[in-house]
Design a protein around this ligand. Structure first.
Ligand code: NAP
Length: 289
């Protein structure tokens, strides 16, 4: 049965969110959005944008293994998204796949509404969807390319953050939550001769992280970013160089690229209560580069 998203009073039973047996206000959700099957833990519900492949897929699966119900967003690759959902469900977790282009406002609205209806009230957003384009110097970049990069990487992150805040902020009747933005070491290094546009879009994501963290710090929401280094995913092929990790690994102090799973662990830590006093922070997962 779909949740109704109506605020009601809950009887807490040793629940962290219910503060150990007191009666508190919360969402009326029939399918255990607040409590897991044992009834003694608040349920956690996450949207992972770009959750069908790479870092997003690893994050979705790790989140599910830690008890999150996961909304796996994707752009085009329904097969990959369905495989992530199937893996989560086979392991006993809850997940749905939702196609939506994060650069399109109506799609973002539909994505969050699908998560509300399919899983329950949101407690976490991983702003992971991101693109880069073929390597080239700035003097060869046209406006259409810049619009595509900034629409997906910056507008998308802003729109998703907006919808998450509307649902999670205590200012809007929510119960709090956490946002993790996928930034890149490129925001600091600049990616010369490859994709300065992408690097600049990640610098905008860094600024979103700093500003939004302060805006919602008193509303129960933490906002942090992981700045990933060179991670072995499909994204390098979309930049025209599938072997980029091998070419650059000698420049990494640890002399290797990272895995999507290594990034996912950092994301999950920032989402977790173990990071309860961490907001507006950047965690570099880059092997020292
Ligand atoms: P990836 O393997 O290319 O996967 C990209 C994912 O994003 C896919 O699930 C794709 O969906 C989805 N996506 C792309 N555009 C989208 C849009 N407009 N709306 C919704 N979903 C969209 O990328 P990745 O390497 O895992 O990167 C994930 C994030 O980490 C990105 O933000 C990237 O900038 C960042 N990052 C990556 C690295 C790295 O070295 N890999 C380093 C630093 C930061 P489909 O499957 O449907 O295409």
């Amino acid at each position: 049965m779909a949740p109704t998203n109506r605020r009601v009073r809950f009887e807490g039973m040793g629940c962290v969110r219910c503060q150990g047996g007191t009666v508190v206000e919360g969402w009326n959700v029939s399918d255990q959005a607040w409590h897991d099957a044992a009834g003694d833990r608040p349920a956690v519900i996450a949207i992972v944008t770009g959750g069908s492949r790479g870092i997003g897929a690893a994050t979705a699966m790790l989140a599910a293994s830690r008890g999150y119900a996961v909304c796996v967003n994707y752009l085009r690759n329904a097969t990959a998204a369905d495989a992530v959902v199937a893996a989560i469900q086979q392991a006993g977790g809850r997940a749905i796949a939702v196609q939506a282009d994060v650069a399109v406002e109506a799609d973002v609205m539909r994505l969050f509404e699908a998560c509300d209806a399919g899983l329950g009230p949101l407690t976490a957003l991983v702003n992971n969807a991101g693109i880069l384009e073929t390597q080239r110097r700035v003097e060869a970049m046209d406006a259409a390319r810049l619009h595509r990069i900034f629409a997906a990487n910056v507008t998308g992150a802003f729109l998703c953050a907006r919808e998450a805040v509307k649902r999670m902020s205590t200012r809007h009747g929510g119960s709090g939550g956490a946002i993790v933005n996928l930034s890149s070491r490129a925001s600091v290094l600049g990616s010369p001769n490859e994709y300065v546009d992408y690097a600049a879009s990640k610098a905008a994501v860094d600024t979103l992280t700093i500003g939004l963290a302060q805006e919602v710090a008193q509303e129960g929401i933490r906002v942090n970013a992981v700045r990933a280094g060179i991670i072995d995913t499909d994204i390098h092929a979309s930049g025209g160089e599938p072997g980029r990790v091998d070419r650059l690994k000698a420049s990494v102090p640890m002399r290797r690229g990272g895995t999507a799973e290594e990034v996912a662990k950092a994301v999950l830590w920032l989402l977790s209560d173990e990071a309860s006093f961490t907001t507006g922070a950047f965690l570099d997962v880059s092997g020292g580069r």
